[in-house]
Design a protein around this ligand. Structure first.
Ligand SMILES: NC(=O)c1ccc[n+]([C@@H]2O[C@H](COP(=O)([O-])OP(=O)(O)OC[C@H]3O[C@@H](n4cnc5c(N)ncnc54)[C@H](OP(=O)(O)O)[C@@H]3O)[C@@H](O)[C@H]2O)c1
Length: 267
């Protein structure tokens, strides 16, 4: 059955796992041509083979910390199918540490991966979208891109920065038929907590009960495809529960949210 993604070219970062992997399967099943990027080529190959139409899926290794490579990587991505219709900025890392303990190296690393790489990849592909007078940026932010809770300072700062940058970009390019959709997931069941950086930069190496109880990644991918199909500007992805309530309170009654939000208890 034909749908709006049939034959569209979708470039997904962070496609080797979690939400990006689930998006790869969902877009391939919807008939899109898909380019999968991240660092682990073996995992990307596994995802490619598991797609509904692997012959329409390509692997393009990309390290989000290697910004100088982005011009060449973008040219390569465009040359694979001759165009890019939709870039899904999704690759990223999380962080779990108190402000008082967190090294500057961790703050900088999270900003590099979760914010500056998105800026640089956007600038690399923007001329292509402007020339074609068409293009769509989907940006995987987080509920932490709208509110803040203990132990998430670097991550929340990077995700908040994405909203500032991409809201400005939308205002600059929407008249050129270039769209921006901000996705703000709540808890989604993926490996994100496992790789989250602690205060000294080492990974937590374990999941969390919140993530394990989160929405399965394939359900999140389904919500994301529907939001992109509608052309939403900004949308919550996840279970309707406390996180969605937090977003609503933040918008309409921020004072109440600050009073009732989780607090770190001194130990
Ligand atoms: N899970 C949640 O509850 C949740 C909630 C809100 C927002 N998010 C956001 O969703 C996005 C995807 O995360 P996920 O939950 O699916 O976690 P995940 O399973 O850990 O996936 C993270 C992806 O990012 C890639 N990545 C990490 N560092 C990279 C780097 N330096 N260069 C290139 N790729 C890199 C990883 O691939 P390689 O290791 O192969 O490079 C992997 O494919 C992130 O932006 C995250 O902040 C997740």
């Amino acid at each position: 059955m034909k749908n709006i993604f049939t034959n569209k070219v979708v470039w997904i970062t962070g496609a080797s796992s979690g939400i990006g992997e689930a998006l790869a399967y969902a877009f391939s099943a919807a008939g899109a041509r898909v380019i999968l990027s991240s660092r682990r080529v073996d995992e990307l190959e596994r995802v490619r083979k598991d797609c509904a139409h692997p012959e329409q899926v390509r692997v393009l290794p990309l390290d989000l910390l290697e910004i100088p490579s982005f011009a060449a990587k973008t040219a390569e991505a465009i040359s694979i199918f001759g165009q890019i219709d939709l870039l899904i900025h999704n690759g990223g890392i999380a962080q779990r540490s108190l402000v008082k303990d967190t090294s500057m190296e961790v703050h900088r690393r999270v900003m590099e991966v979760d914010y500056f790489s998105y800026v640089a990849l956007t600038q690399a592909i923007l001329p292509h979208f402007i020339e074609r007078k068409a293009g769509h940026f989907a940006v995987v932010s987080s509920v932490m891109g709208k509110i803040g809770t203990p132990m998430r300072s670097a991550y929340a700062a990077a995700k908040h920065a994405l909203h500032g940058f991409f809201d400005c970009l939308r205002a600059e390019v929407s008249s050129q038929n270039i769209r921006v959709t901000m996705l703000t997931p709540g808890y989604i069941r993926t490996n994100i907590a496992h790789y989250a950086l602690t205060a000294d930069g080492s990974p937590t190496a374990r999941s969390s009960t919140e993530i394990e109880g989160g929405l399965p990644a394939d359900k999140a991918a389904g919500q994301i495809l529907r939001a992109l199909g509608r052309g939403d500007f900004e949308v919550f992805i996840g279970r309707v529960g406390l996180e969605k309530l937090g977003l609503l309170l933040n918008r309409f009654a921020p004072g109440i949210l600050i009073r009732i939000a989780p607090k770190q208890v001194p130990t």
